[in-house]
Design a protein around this ligand. Structure first.
Ligand code: GLC
Length: 613
């Protein structure tokens, strides 16, 4: 029998509050608009339970203080409602408080998996929670507990590993970091374990997120009639990305049997619930053809009854709309009856509220289901101590991007690097040794080393947030005179260099925008590598990527190869290890495929470098 995380007194408080609520106040608690689609006045009048910032949902100017002012304005509005139920503001702090300019950006999960260091991840969770709470936010849509089966998926980097046990261990560590001294402490941040379930098991080509025929005439997402995709603002045109494979697998169908779902994809949820997680986010994907957002067996029978989940399930962004496209009332009924408790609407909150009201009054959604959803939401708010302290201490703002957190991120970067080749022990680079040629635009680009979910939803090139590039780190360690830099590797005849270091990166992306049919290096990247190869006796390649890429053909021409994943703002951590101030300790937490035929990962897939124990 599930046991409540609340004391008997707290449970009575929730029951009494629920009994006082009107139908509309109950519906208000289930409603989560995005911050540009709601006003504080609506929060007060409608008694809304939550507001979110989607990727890039930032105040302007985007500063920690402005973030706090924005969030607290919504909170004060909620406290001014008839019952004064505090608001839960949600953000995607998935590798630090990554929407906020100036926040510490940690390595994405694929790099943290390579550290194999639960204590480090716990400390990252705590530092992230402090920076999130500083802005008045008490809920982050993390950790993703995805277990990527096909690294052509644009969300592979949000997974810690392809090993369920390691995913469980690190997810629990992050949750413990978010919790700190206790869920009811002022700087505890509610985690959202996502995306339930088997989000990373979809089959390539099964995604229906984008109607490729209808979108073909659209030159880029900006002109799309799809409000969500229009937010993407990709550096590459939408049509070009579709041709590369965008939205082919993300949000697709997991055609796996129940035994595989239970053995591979469910364990991290069991572990997270045991660690006290009180929120789970439903997946856009389907299982055996049925949308997770309408999956009563998995959302209610398995998650809530069998696993005893006492918290609340939040939908994903417009997630319920995909159940029966164009039939919104049917979507609302199916989702809430399946076990969705709060809906990330995010745009038209009045349409959602009116639809729920019609369904409850019409008997399609039982009052008991509505009450259960509200009770679950109130349970999380009481557990977080929001009724006692809905406002966090503004003095916490000085912690956003502070030196101690950046030092922690630098430690994480160093521990995440995986050395996959080092012929002749060319690494570490020697201080005071011969001049080192560093080449590639990506060696000097903080935005590229952060990747997606950084300041904007997709992330982007350039100095998008304060940080240290890899080049700056190498210059700091070796001294500017020992480091020569060439962005394009176009060098005059002399001199020849003893060592060349080339940094190549994936263009930042998030979600289905990052689905790729081919994972080989681009022609420009291969040409850059060839130019530097021709001018250097020894060649070191550093790859910044959200997943293993297919480098089997090029690898023989490299003397050393380092996987640096998406390290975040502290590129000094890369230099620390390349120059031997710290050892290489990172271990692959994913299989590195040999060829495209090895995708998706199968028992008989050939790995160029197998996942390490
Ligand atoms: C996105 C993602 C989810 C994220 C949510 C809010 O579409 O699927 O991971 O937490 O919307 O930004």
């Amino acid at each position: 029998m599930p046991t409540s995380p609340l004391t008997a007194t707290e449970q009575r408080f929730v029951a009494q509050l629920l009994a006082e609520m009107t139908l509309d106040e109950k519906i208000g608690q289930l409603t989560q608009p995005e911050k540009n689609s709601v006003t504080p006045e609506q929060v007060t009048r409608l008694g809304l339970g939550s507001v979110l910032s989607g990727g890039g949902g930032n105040p302007d100017p985007n500063t920690p203080a402005n973030w706090r002012a924005m969030v607290m304005a919504f909170q004060e509005a909620a406290l001014a409602s008839r019952l004064g139920i505090p608001l839960l503001y949600g953000v995607d702090a998935v590798h630090g408080h990554n929407n906020v300019v100036g926040a510490t950006i940690f390595p994405h999960n694929i790099g943290l998996g390579a550290t194999r260091d639960p204590d480090l991840v716990r400390r990252i969770g705590r530092a992230t929670a402090l920076e999130v709470a500083a802005t008045g936010v008490r809920w982050s849509f993390a950790p993703a507990v995805s277990i990527p089966q096909d690294v052509r998926w644009g969300r592979s980097y949000e997974g810690y590993s392809q090993d369920p046990a390691l995913v469980s261990e690190l997810a629990v560590s992050l949750i413990e970091g978010f919790r700190g001294d206790g869920w009811d402490s002022e700087t505890a941040v509610l985690p959202s374990v996502k995306h339930f379930v088997a989000d990373a098991a979809a089959t390539w080509g099964s995604s229906k997120r984008v109607n490729r025929e209808a979108m073909a005439e659209v030159q880029n997402a900006d002109q799309s009639t799809d409000q969500t995709l229009a937010i993407a603002h990709m550096d590459q045109s939408f049509t070009e990305l579709l041709k590369l494979g965008a939205w082919q697998i993300d949000q697709g169908d997991a055609e796996i049997d129940e035994a595989t779902l239970r053995a591979v994809h469910l364990p991290p949820y069991r572990a997270a619930l045991e660690a006290g997680a009180l929120n789970v986010m439903a997946s856009y994907s389907s299982w055996q053809g049925l949308k997770m957002h309408a999956h009563q067996y998995l959302l209610t029978d398995v998650l809530k009854d069998e696993l005893g989940f006492e918290g609340f399930v939040v939908s994903d962004w417009e997630g319920i709309d995909q159940i029966f496209p164009g039939e919104y009332d049917r979507c609302v009924v199916a989702a809430l009856n399946a076990g969705i408790d709060m809906v990330m609407v995010p745009f038209d909150l009045n349409r959602f509220i009116d639809s729920v009201r019609r369904a409850v009054l019409g008997g399609q959604i039982p009052h008991t289901r509505l009450d259960d959803a509200v009770r679950r939401i109130l349970t999380a708010k009481v557990a977080l101590g929001l009724f006692e302290h809905p406002r966090t201490d503004p003095a916490l703002l000085e912690l956003v991007g502070c030196d101690a957190h950046r030092a922690l991120a630098r430690e994480a970067v160093a521990k995440s690097l995986v050395m996959l080749k080092n012929d002749g022990d060319i690494l570490p680079l020697r201080r005071g040794g011969p001049a080192v040629l560093v080449a590639g635009l990506d060696a000097d680009d903080v935005g590229v080393q952060c990747g997606g979910w950084t300041v904007s939803w997709m992330g982007g090139r350039g100095p998008t947030t304060p940080g240290t590039s890899i080049l700056a780190g190498l210059r700091h360690t070796l001294g500017a005179e020992q480091v020569q830099y060439s962005a394009d590797g176009q060098l005059d005849a002399e001199p020849e260099y003893e060592v060349g270091v080339v940094v190549v990166a994936e263009e930042p992306y998030a979600e289905g925008m990052g689905d790729r049919a081919s994972l080989t290096l681009s022609a420009d990247q291969v040409a850059l590598l060839g130019r530097v190869r021709a001018r250097c006796q020894r060649l070191v390649v550093v790859l910044l990527s959200g997943r293993p890429l297919l480098i089997t053909e090029e690898l023989p021409h490299w003397d050393a190869f380092v996987a640096a994943w998406l390290p975040g703002t502290e590129g000094q951590g890369v230099a620390d290890v390349l120059c031997g101030d710290l050892p290489f300790t990172g271990r692959l937490s994913f299989d590195w495929p040999q060829n495209s035929s090895d995708l998706p990962r199968r028992a008989d897939s050939a790995a160029l470098f197998p996942m390490e124990p």
